[in-house]
Design a protein around this ligand. Structure first.
Ligand SMILES: C[S@@+](CC[C@H](N)C(=O)[O-])C[C@H]1O[C@@H](n2cnc3c(N)ncnc32)[C@H](O)[C@@H]1O
Length: 314
C-alpha cells in the first residue's frame, strides 16, 4: 500500500473513532470524545441548570436602540429574557471623572446588582462579556478573579477568558519598582481581560422562523483568529473620544460577531461613549444601553450620528 493511501486511511479512522482524553500528556483533538473528562469527579455537581425559563420576551419598541439615563442596578425598562448578548466595561472606581470612590466591597456589591439584573434580562443561552483590568500593586487587586467568582455564584456558566494584549499601543510605563534589582521589581500590566459567560445553555438554539432573519456575519479567517484566547488590539484615545475610558470599537465588534446573530439585541449597562452601540448598529444588530451620566449619553448619541457611516470593519 502506498504511503499516502496509508496516511489517508489512518486519518479517516481517527476521524471516525475520534480522539479521547489522554491519560498521559496532551494529545491532538480530532472529532474529540470528551465524555471521560466531563464525567470525572472534577465536574461533580457542576451541571447545566435546566429549570431556566426557555421563553424569550420581546423588547418594547420604544427602547430598541435607546440609551437610558439611569443606574443599571435596576434595569426596570427591560423585560426578563429579552437580551441576547451583554458587552460591557464597568467603571473602575479609580477616581476617573465618573467614579464614586466606593470601598472595594461597595464597588463589588454595585457590580453584583448589575450582573444579577443582566442575568434576569438575558435569554437562555444568552452571553455576557466583561472587559476588566486588575488594579494596583500593594497589593494587586485581582478584579477579574473576583468578578469571575461573582458571576459563577450568580448562576452564569463561564465559557472562558480572553487576554487582551495591549502592548502594541500601551504607553511605556516606567513604574518598574526597583530598577534591575530583585529588591522590589514591579510588573507592568500590558493586558486586560474579557470574561465570557452564558446564562444556562452554552448553545443558542434558533427557532425555524428566526433562522430566516438571524444570520451569522463572521468570516472564516476572523473566526479562526478570534476563537484563540489572546487578542491583540490597540487601545482607544480618551482625548479623541471625549470619554475617560472608552474601549476600541474593535472589542465589541469581535464579541458581537462571535456571540450573536443579526437582529439580536445587545445590552451595555455601562454604555459610556456608546462604543458597543456603534458596533451593534454597524453589524445589523440592535442595542439598548444605560449610563448614569446625561453628558455621556449625549456624547454617545453624537458619536453614532457622526461616525456610524465612517466605520469600516475588515
Ligand atoms: C468604563 S466606562 C464605559 C466606557 C465604554 N465602554 C466606552 O467605550 O465608552 C463606565 C461607564 O459607566 C458609567 N456608570 C457608572 N456607574 C454606573 C451605574 N451604576 N449604572 C450605569 N452606568 C454607570 C460611567 O458614567 C461610565 O461612563
Amino acid at each position: 500500500m502506498g504511503r499516502t493511501l496509508a496516511r489517508k486511511i489512518i486519518s479517516l479512522m481517527k476521524k471516525k473513532n475520534g480522539t479521547s482524553t489522554s491519560s498521559f500528556g496532551t494529545n491532538g483533538r480530532e472529532n474529540h470524545n470528551s465524555t471521560k473528562f466531563y464525567t470525572s469527579r472534577l465536574y461533580e455537581g457542576i451541571d447545566l441548570d435546566n429549570s431556566i425559563n426557555q421563553n424569550e420576551n420581546p423588547l418594547p419598541e420604544h427602547i430598541i436602540n435607546r440609551m437610558i439615563c439611569s443606574s443599571a442596578e435596576h434595569m426596570k425598562e427591560l423585560p426578563d429574557n429579552s437580551i441576547h448578548l451583554m458587552i460591557t466595561s464597568p467603571p473602575y472606581n479609580v477616581s476617573k471623572e465618573y467614579d464614586e470612590d466606593l470601598s472595594l466591597s461597595e464597588y463589588l456589591n454595585m457590580l453584583q446588582k448589575v450582573f444579577e439584573e443582566t442575568y434576569r434580562v438575558l435569554v437562555t443561552g444568552g452571553r455576557a462579556c466583561i472587559n476588566i483590568a486588575n488594579l494596583g500593586r500593594k497589593p494587586y487587586i485581582p478584579l477579574s478573579d473576583y468578578i469571575s467568582r461573582m458571576m459563577i455564584e450568580i448562576g452564569y456558566n463561564m465559557r472562558g477568558e480572553i487576554i487582551w494584549n495591549k502592548s502594541a499601543s500601551a504607553g511605556s510605563s516606567t513604574a518598574w519598582g526597583s530598577w534591575m534589582s530583585a529588591s522590589n521589581p514591579t510588573l507592568r500590566d500590558v493586558h486586560e481581560y474579557i470574561l465570557i459567560f452564558s446564562k444556562g445553555d452554552y448553545k443558542r438554539n434558533l427557532k425555524k422562523k428566526e433562522k430566516e432573519y438571524k444570520k451569522n456575519t463572521i468570516s472564516r479567517d476572523n473566526f479562526m483568529a478570534w476563537t484563540k484566547s489572546i487578542w491583540e488590539m490597540n487601545t482607544e484615545s480618551a482625548k479623541k473620544i471625549g470619554h475617560p475610558a472608552p474601549f476600541p470599537v474593535e472589542l465589541p465588534r469581535r464579541l458581537i460577531e462571535l456571540y450573536s446573530f443579526t437582529n439580536d439585541i445587545i445590552l451595555d449597562p455601562f454604555m459610556g461613549s456608546g462604543t458597543t452601540a456603534l458596533a451593534a448598529l454597524k453589524l445589523e444588530r440592535n442595542f439598548v444601553g444605560y449610563d448614569v451620566s446625561e453628558e455621556y449619553i449625549q456624547l454617545a448619541q453624537k458619536r453614532i450620528a457622526i461616525h456610524l457611516n465612517q466605520i469600516k470593519f475588515i
